[in-house]
Design a binder for this molecule. Sequence first.
Ligand code: NDP
Ligand code: 8X3
Length: 252
Amino acid sequence: MSKIILITGATSGFGKAIAEKFASKGWNCIITGRRKERLETLSKSLLEKNKVQVLSLNFDVRNREDVFTQLSNLPSEWQQIDILVNNAGLALGRDNFDEASIDDWETMIDTNVKGLLYVSKAIVPYFIKNKKGHIINIGSTAAKDVYPMGNVYCATKHAVDSISQSQRIELLQHKIKVTAIHPGAAETEFSDIRFKGDKVKSEAVYAGYDALQANDIADVAYYCATLPMHVCINDLVITCTAQANSFFTHKG
Ligand code: NDP
Ligand code: 8X3
């Protein structure tokens, strides 16, 4: 029987690449995001290319009621879910603490932390009932280092790191694996969103070196997801070769 993966934020970047990777290996995919048209396009392409089943769910992870309405009563054939990838997330702004926008802070906290908690809480009951499951949380190098003008984005990713650790401790009794993948700078729509469409700023982030690509993260997620039952990658930091950590990237 085909395995099932649910990916939040599958309309772009890592989430889309993860859906494409797993579908190419025959996994049935539950894809989610706010942009309905993109979900429909991705769903069509996954079906055409891979002959897998796709369930497309359109919701905002910040909306607690919608998360539980959409996820708590999955059609029975989708309830044997194997993997949850908590990927939906964003950075907004790169400003000093005194100048940063409180609205941006709230959006990051609501999406990266509370959204991840809501989705996990809605899916874990299936894992417990099925006596199997694997949560893959997408953190960041910003979960490991705090960099200047990263304030609340870094805080949300530190929260993802600590939530991953506590999920691992508390869900172990149910045979649920928890993996946190912490990527460094990767060329997706991330910086376009962070800099609110300012192309000069977003393109500068990836200039002068070979940044990670979304497919690199999809490959790593697939590796983590397909290890034997008795093996779990708990915490994994991945950067492009040119990047040592949040502070040091060798350009040129
Ligand atoms: P993208 O902007 O390309 O993709 C972000 C995805 O998150 C989109 O599919 C978007 O879907 C979804 N999303 C954002 N907000 C919400 C929301 N409120 N509800 C539902 N879905 C939402 O960025 P990446 O692929 O790069 O980012 C994916 C994850 O990886 C994020 O958690 C990010 O913090 C993390 N990360 C990114 C790095 C990078 O350098 N790119 C490095 C380290 C970590 P939609 O807008 O349709 O809802
Ligand atoms: C995204 C990578 O360096 O912008 O999490 O924090 S970084």
